[in-house]
Design a protein around this ligand. Structure first.
Ligand code: XMP
Length: 181
């Protein structure tokens, strides 16, 4: 079982400050006074999204529905299968709504691409996406998230909802898994 590197890649303070910044950008990009439906990609989004919706509230954004989707592109460990499957769809109709998709990390981009394609076909009034992290070195498809917290090196990271085989999601900072020798 690989271990966690002792020094965090991003501290709790850096993550918290970034969420405040992101909420400012997001708040000013949606029409004032109209509710925003926030949809998270489970399970990695759960901590980031919880922090983000509270910060959006502080910036005056009305949160409409909160919903979740499960899409899988990873098996266990740190390698990608590249195969995206929607395992659980949202329960709400998003037609005519202002929608913000929230994910933990943009890696190959396959998951977000698939979900955006699916959601566009449901005719939302607005569709924007926000990720806490992006790893440009791994990107395989032509996709960009509208809001990105941090651009990180090609390392497998954990914390703030991200896991290694279901461990470390609860870390309040972003840590790096040591690579196997
Ligand atoms: P794609 O490749 O579709 O993958 O952009 C997105 C999903 O892959 C997982 N992922 C990671 N999980 N540390 C993790 O804990 C990582 O460094 C990492 N890179 C990708 C994650 O679930 C993400 O939503």
């Amino acid at each position: 079982m690989p271990e966690l590197e002792a020094h965090p890649l991003l501290s709790e303070q850096q993550v918290n400050d970034k969420i405040v910044e992101l909420a400012c950008e997001i708040a000013s990009s949606f029409p004032e006074g109209e509710p925003v439906t926030v949809i998270g990609l489970l399970r990695g989004c759960f901590i980031f999204m919880a922090d983000l919706v509270r910060e959006l509230h502080r910036k005056g954004v009305i949160i409409g529905e909160v919903d979740f989707l499960i899409a899988s592109s990873y098996g266990g460990g740190t390698s990608s299968s590249g195969n995206v499957k929607i395992e659980r769809d949202v329960k709400h109709d998003i037609a005519g709504k202002h929608v913000l998709l929230v994910d933990d990390i943009l890696d190959t981009g396959a998951t977000l691409q698939k979900v955006i394609e699916l959601f566009k076909s449901r005719n939302p009034a607005t569709l924007k996406s926000c990720v806490l992290l992006e790893k440009p070195a791994r990107l395989e498809v032509d996709i960009k998230s509208d809001f990105v917290g941090f651009t990180i090196p090609n390392k497998f990271v954990v914390g703030c909802g991200l896991d290694y085989d279901q461990r470390y999601r609860e870390l309040p900072y972003i840590g790096i898994m040591k690579e196997d020798d």
